[in-house]
Ligand binder design. Sequence first.
Ligand code: SF4
Length: 396
Amino acid sequence: MTQQAHAERAHALLGASKAGQWINCPPSARLQETVPEKRSEYANEGTAAHELAEIKLRRRVTVCNSKQRKALDKKLEEFKLNKYYDQEMEDAVQNYVELVEERYMAAKARSSDAVILLEERLDLTEWVPDAFGTGDVVLIADGVLEVIDLKYGKGVPVSAYNNPQIRLYGLGAWAGYNYLYSIEEVHMTIIQPRLDNVSTEVMPLKDLLEWAESVVKPAAVLAFAGEGEFCAGDHCRWCKVKGNCRARADENMKALEHEFKDPALMSNEEIGSILFITDQLKSWAKDVEEYAYDQALKGSPIPQWKLVEGRSNRSITDKNAAIKAFETAKLETDKYLKPQELFGIGDLEKKVGKKVLPTILGDLITKPPGKPVLVPETDKRPELNSLEKDFENVEV
Ligand code: SF4
């Protein structure tokens, strides 16, 4: 696939990447249909990472003659000029490629006929009208079909469990290859290398097909027709109308209607139940603000609100000329130049490499205990109990 092809992966009305939305909130698909897509820098970065992953995987796991290998090596060198390419992308994609290779080797160990397919177009139309997807990697061996999806982003951890997008890829891969292979189990893997996050959902084929018939098909019929009930939830995060959706607003306003009784001060139990909705309300408030700002910029102002010039900071137009001016003025350098400073660990990892950095700095990298955070009791981390013991080295 070329870079353009990676960027233009078909966006059907009921695309697999939006399945969480249209399965949970079927009318959301038609509602967003005419809202233009905002392509973020993160999306472009993800596209570039997929392109790099494909070149590397073709070079490592597919059969290619010396001419094809040379062409791939050339592509790899050319890719390094991509504006999104840096050491962090190199390391993350390399990790992903090594994991895929491991899975492929394990599949080959189970069966010498193991097959690997890259950037496979997956036909989902057996369950979803007009829908196609692209499987980054499809592995088939010994009755097991595995689909692997690269997620380059690191903002939100994505799990393969109960994930409609990767399940649809599993279905599409099965639909495409069941005439050739007898498949009993489907493994659906998401690799998010920048978060060291790898998860695999394993489903017997019959369970996956049952999910497709009982959940996907009916939701797809409603979504295609623009019918069904609006339903707000976590799936609103990527919805294009999340800032002005009435159903989401109603849901959040309902959450605020909680009635608290006397006495004047709330109990800790009441605070506990409010904390469950604060994150939801914060992200909704941010989405509404962004929507209103966009509208105002587009010339559709929001009544009672206006755009004004924000604060700005003075800046030096030409830093080299400014340094020369200070030199001419014979000022000591410490009056106008900052002392040299080390980058933070995140930047050092990006520039030096995540694996190389610890080999250079060794024990100079330390990780102090984290500041206590308040999380719901369902969180997997162990509870910090004793104020004296657990918090003794922590700056609060
Ligand atoms: S914001 Fe949420 S509730 Fe509203 S249409 Fe989108 S997915 Fe549905």
